[in-house]
Design a protein. Structure first.
Lengths: 282, 311, 311, 282
């Protein structure tokens, strides 16, 4: 896509007061490593314009054309980390199909066209003093910047990391470095079942005074948390996924139904989300 | 200085680049200044609230996409109250796109939406005509003539008829729209297509079938643009698979007076301002004074040759 | 052992992979043993000698090609004398493809070409009908019915009607062909398209317009295959943009009883034997006993949804 | 095109007497260098099956998909050299557009899918004892293996190499190493005009006894040679180009009109050519 390699300079806005908040920029690959057998960590050198991010936001990535893979649409990826000082932006992603397969071929020094930051991030409400993060799969990537934010805000944090097997557990060190208490559960250990987790979490509510849930990466865990939260009157948020085309809010591809006061609402995951109120998710 | 303006009937656009309906919205203002465009074209609306189609609503095929968004609509009232004012801040004219179930409904609707701030109405006649067994109006010249004629009596706003590539009679449909009073044609909407996940056997769109857009559509829509530009006197606006300045040039050379950019904006949200800039540069490079100087200049060695021999 | 055979009416093919007309010839025997194919389908011939179209006859567009080869033909006599005997050495049945200017000419021609060695006749009704103002027969149900009915009376050979994606009434055309006695349908021929060299302003095909084939056509032809397979009882043979075993699976799942491979053979001349092998492997992997077990198994959540909502 | 990367082994022909003569194979890039500002020399490690070539034949190359270029059809390229002993096949090509642009990105060790050998090569008739090669542009590539063949057959050879400027003259060393007398003419020198060349060639006919012309790469030179040849009763051959789809003879894309005894004939450049009788070319 040579077309998209040409980026419109912000100067196109010169003379108007309207400032763009979403940017299409080229970012250079700094490092690109396998984290385990399925996930890769991509660290980009990105301009400051796109680094004014919030945890839970995402970017829309133009995966390259390669001899093996020719993706067409962009691919949405949660921000794994962003650092304005270092000018760094990172994604932790699972190599799944055409797009991520093409992305996996990127080498340090090569360039990736990214659009963002996009969507509504997590909100740590003032009254949420003792958050619990429950993550599985890509959720371990999505919740990572939230852990950093909690640390900055001085909120003591507990994180439950779930995975199929211990080798697929990611970000646990990152969570720990944010001062989080990390609890890992896996399918192979038999510790990741809904029953087990429900007991575990109810225990944490009592022992730690958990008053907010944040989750991403598993519909099963989401339902479970909705149920526990409703029972204990606990608030929270969930980051969702949906197939996207534009990522900006124009095409209405990414809709999902949500529970709202005035009945069911159809909202765009890319625009009104990807983070939603825990109980609104249907 | 190159003259980028182009006239679509009574409207003068400051350049020939505008978005295609359904691939553009207010949110794009967060990416670039929307006033760099020749016009703004809104997503098709219906009079009443509508839900649109089940997900998944999009999928990717070889170098193109399918969509079955449908026409989710918050209704005309909401649109006129919330969306039209947003565009009032811009110089670029606002073109709204409307859909309805019958020719009469189209006409009534056209009358209602003729509010200040609306510069033209694009008529999405690729939608099903419930009086013709659900076949889209744009499939046949008769229903096309009928719907445009009734709308013509109902509004003084310019009417742009958006044609469908699914018809086997595009020239006849184009001429019918012209005869009935359309001010311009847009060629074209998406082409009916389908994809199946070979692994699961499941259809890849919630709606089973959907519309093909993007680069794969270009040769088809370009052909329609060429056919229509030769068959009618009203302006033709090219649309389908445009993502590079070469694509824009191809459409202009084929006879389009302006172009609409759809799916390319999803791939690169800065496509339209880039195309405006590159078109200007390209005209300068070719020492052409204006966009007009390029329109319809296609060189087809042998005029007499037609579809006849192609198969 | 997986059963790869498939029945197209009275013909049993040893596997569902065959070439598409115009993209196959004797020369391919220099690349692989042609007997690995389910059938052989020859380039369309006309009764009289014909020149075909001016060059350039092909060009490449985004991930697909356009052709305006036309139907250069050395005439039926030469074909029957020189080409039919070549295929007699093979077990795979020979399907010849014919074209004519009127329904009566088609019928006479069908009678003449019914020689030993010819197993079936593919009817290229995408060619212009000079009795219908040059519109291709396959554009409308009436002319399609007429031409197939007359041919049906003229020959006992199986008749395969090859449909065009250019029609807006593919289901009606398919049903007309079936009602008139066609033994199978082939969906589909190329889609009318065009390309312009933006640098020179010249059309990129000698014939101005030409047919789109290759991957870009697949979502369109797959949709037609799906629509036709649901609308008729006779076998449907899928054709359009097939190059991978996943493409083959998609068509079979959509309801095709066999598939034709066209442009992919130009990109990789060993495509067809590769697909035969990979299809067998894939059925084994899925523990399916036969091709039959896959045909028409598409899972479309909601049967009631139709074209209605797609735009 | 992952599809085409999978090659059918010749064993598919086991049990039949029909042997394939055209092969689709993967060839590995050995070296890939710029020869001048426009042309690159691509040397492949190729299996013996495809190295039974004749000068003038060509291959059909599946140029790779890259981030910048996504060619679709194959690209025809004359064989620049083939060496069964070394298992080498080379192409000398001009970086022109999409396909050759993509090809130019190939790196040593990478693989290129090739189909061939294709078409009819040059025929050095027994009575053609003193051949003259007249080449320009890509013709300098196409005629190179013919020079080698002439050397092997012990035919004393003269080669006129024409180019726009001296830096674009290629293969002259190769021609010389085949024992050829090499005459270079260029536009910048003003030596490449038809008048100049006509005089030069008529001189060579007299001084060297030239009795056959071989040419490629310029329609202008071809017409000139036809005219001189007709005047002097000299035979010869020309290699032609035409846009192709299949390269094998199936699609009839590559036709050109030719003069035949029974009037004009339409022939396929890929099959009946690319080498044709000099005087038959229209
Ligand atoms: C807001 C958001 C944030 C995400 N963050 C991450 C992340 O941090 N790490 C990570 O590994 N994955 C993340 N995903 C999922 C990721 O987008 C998909 O795994 C990826 O698009 C798969 O593309 P593919 O071409 O490799 O797979 P394919 O299966 O070949 O994709 C085919 C098509 O389906 C779409 N698709 C497939 N899976 C998903 C999915 N789960 N969500 C949305 N679209 C999908 C693709 O975008 C593509 O258009 C996120 C998704 C969303 C919506
Ligand atoms: C038999 C034969 C042998 C050739 N040998 C050589 C060689 O040894 N070295 C060399 O540099 N070139 C050679 N050519 C020309 C070479 O094939 C083209 O330069 C090349 O196809 C251009 O492709 P592109 O995509 O880079 O250019 P583009 O201009 O982007 O090509 C667009 C399309 O036009 C076709 N095309 C463009 N130019 C030609 C042409 N001259 N002949 C045929 N098709 C063309 C391409 O194949 C492609 O399909 C040969 C051509 C033929 C027919
Ligand atoms: C997601 C999506 C939604 C669309 N919605 C509409 C619509 O509401 N009304 C309409 O007339 N066309 C609609 N279209 C068609 C586009 O306006 C355009 O005609 C088509 O996509 C071809 O142009 P492109 O190839 O540049 O995308 C839609 C297309 C897409 C991809
Ligand atoms: C070069 C070329 C020539 C063709 N000639 C014919 C023909 O003579 N008769 C016919 O019925 N279809 C012809 N076709 C159409 C193909 O048979 C096929 O229907 C079409 O190409 C779609 O399949 P594909 O995408 O696999 O190529 C031709 C296609 C190509 C590309
Ligand atoms: S992806 Fe387009 S609206 Fe969300
Ligand atoms: S390129 Fe197909 S016949 Fe020559």
């Amino acid at each position: 896509m040579p077309a998209s390699l040409c980026v419109v300079p912000d100067s196109i806005f010169a003379g108007t007061s309207r400032q763009p908040s979403i940017h299409e920029v080229e970012a250079r690959v700094k490092t690109h490593e396998w984290v385990n057998g399925q996930y890769r960590l991509l660290v980009l050198a990105a301009p400051a314009s796109v680094l004014d991010c919030e945890p839970g936001q995402f970017f829309h990535l133009l995966c390259p054309q390669t001899d093996r893979f020719q993706p067409y649409l962009r691919r949405p990826m949660s921000i794994y980390s962003y650092d304005q000082m270092k000018g760094e932006l990172a994604f932790l992603y699972k190599v799944t199909g055409t797009g991520t397969g093409a992305m996996a071929e990127l080498k340090p020094g090569e360039s990736l066209n990214i659009v963002g930051p996009l969507g509504q991030g997590f909100e740590i409400r003032p009254e949420w003093r003792r958050p619990l993060l429950v993550a599985r799969g890509v959720g371990l990537a999505t919740l990572a910047p939230l852990a950093r934010e909690c640390a900055q805000l001085g909120r003591p944090l507990t994180a439950i990391c779930s995975a199929r097997s211990p080798d697929l557990l990611m970000s646990t060190d990152l969570f720990r470095s944010c001062g989080a208490e990390v609890i890992t559960v896996t399918d192979t250990d038999g510790t990741s079942s809904v029953e087990n987790l429900t007991a575990l979490i109810e225990g944490l509510i009592h022992s730690r005074g958990i008053d907010a849930f944040f989750t991403c990466g598993s519909a099963r865990l989401l339902r479970m948390l909705q149920e526990i939260a409703a029972r204990h009157g606990i608030g929270g948020q969930a980051a969702l996924e949906q197939h996207m085309a534009c990522g900006i809010g124009m095409c209405q591809a990414c809709v999902r139904p949500f529970r709202r006061e005035d009945g069911a609402a159809t909202l765009r995951v890319c625009r009104e989300g990807p983070v939603f109120d825990l109980q609104e998710v249907l | 200085m190159v003259d980028l303006t182009t006239k679509i009937g009574t409207l003068t656009l400051k350049n020939p680049i505008m978005p295609a309906s359904g691939t553009f919205s207010e949110e794009l203002a967060e990416v670039f200044d929307l006033d760099c465009l020749g016009a703004h074209v809104a997503k098709t609306i219906t009079r009443a609230k509508r839900a649109g189609n089940p997900v998944p609503r999009v999928c990717e095929v070889n170098g193109a996409m399918l969509n079955s968004i449908g026409i989710p609509s918050k209704g005309a009232e909401w649109f006129l109250k919330n969306i039209v004012p947003f565009y009032a801040d811009y110089e670029a004219p606002l073109v709204i796109s409307i859909s309805a179930n019958t020719a009469d409904e189209f006409a009534h609707f056209a009358e209602e939406v003729g509010v200040p701030g609306v510069a033209a109405i694009e008529v999405n006649i690729s939608c099903p005509n419930i009086e013709d067994d659900g076949k889209a109006f744009a499939m046949r010249p008769g229903p096309t003539r009928d719907v445009i004629r009734k709308m013509r009596s109902a509004t003084d706003l310019p009417l742009w008829a958006k044609l469908s590539p699914n018809t086997g009679e595009v020239v006849e449909v184009a001429q019918a729209a012209e005869a009935a009073g359309a001010d311009a044609l847009v060629t074209a909407n998406t082409m009916l297509a389908m994809a199946i996940d070979s692994r699961t056997g499941r259809v890849r769109l919630g709606n089973v079938m959907g519309g093909l857009s993007g680069p794969a559509l270009k040769p088809i829509a370009l052909r329609m643009t060429y056919q229509c530009a030769r068959a009618v006197a009203i302006p033709v606006i090219g649309c389908g698979g445009i993502s590079t300045v070469d694509d824009v040039l191809e459409y202009l050379i084929a006879g389009a007076r302006a172009v609409q950019i759809g799916t390319a904006t999803f791939i690169s949200p800065t496509t339209m301002p880039r195309l405006v800039r590159e078109l200007e540069q390209e005209l300068e490079r070719r020492v052409l004074p204006s966009v007009d100087a390029l329109i319809g200049t296609v060189d087809n060695a042998d005029e007499a040759i037609t579809l006849a021999e192609y198969a």
